[in-house]
Each structure stands twice: as structure tokens, then as C-alpha cells.
Design a protein around this ligand. Structure first.
Ligand SMILES: [Zn+2]
Length: 86
């Protein structure tokens, strides 16, 4: 095996937007930040949850806040507590 042919595969700290942190191994060489992890992803938690990873809900609120406060409030309420379909 060539000594120079392999990237440095080392322990890396991963931080999720939900606050969860865990360690994995990566060649990245710096701490990772992720939007969703196994601790908060709906598939693993079994809970229906709004994942606003790209700030789309926030953009929607800002867009409609000026037009109608009532609609924005309703959208915000729905985003916070989506109706569980069961
Ligand atoms: Zn998470």
C-alpha cells in the first residue's frame, strides 16, 4: 500500500441542528454539521414533524406576513403543530 494514496480517515464530531452530537469517522478533517440525524428524523422517531431544513417555512411566513397577519399566524400554527394523520 502506498503511504500517500489514502486520505486521512479520522474521528469526526457531528453536530445536528436538533442539538444531538455523535462521533463518526470521516476524511473531511473538520467537525460536521447536519440538519437532521437519527435522533430527530421522523422515520426513526415515528413522529410527524416539520423539517424546515432550508428555511422554507420561515420564508413563507415572511412572504405572507405583510399581506395578512391572520394567514401568517395560521401558517405558523400549522408549521409548529401539524395535524397528525391517523
Ligand atoms: Zn438531529
Amino acid at each position: 500500500m502506498k503511504a500517500e494514496g489514502h486520505p486521512d480517515y479520522q474521528e469526526t464530531q457531528v453536530t445536528c441542528s436538533c442539538g444531538s452530537t455523535f462521533t463518526t469517522r470521516s476524511t473531511l478533517g473538520k467537525p460536521l454539521h447536519v440538519e437532521v440525524c437519527a435522533a430527530c428524523h421522523p422515520f426513526y422517531t415515528g413522529k410527524q414533524k416539520m423539517l424546515d431544513t432550508a428555511g422554507r417555512v420561515e420564508k413563507f411566513r415572511q412572504k405572507y406576513a405583510s399581506k395578512s397577519d391572520k394567514a401568517a399566524t395560521k401558517a405558523a400554527a400549522e408549521a409548529k403543530a401539524p395535524a397528525t394523520a391517523a
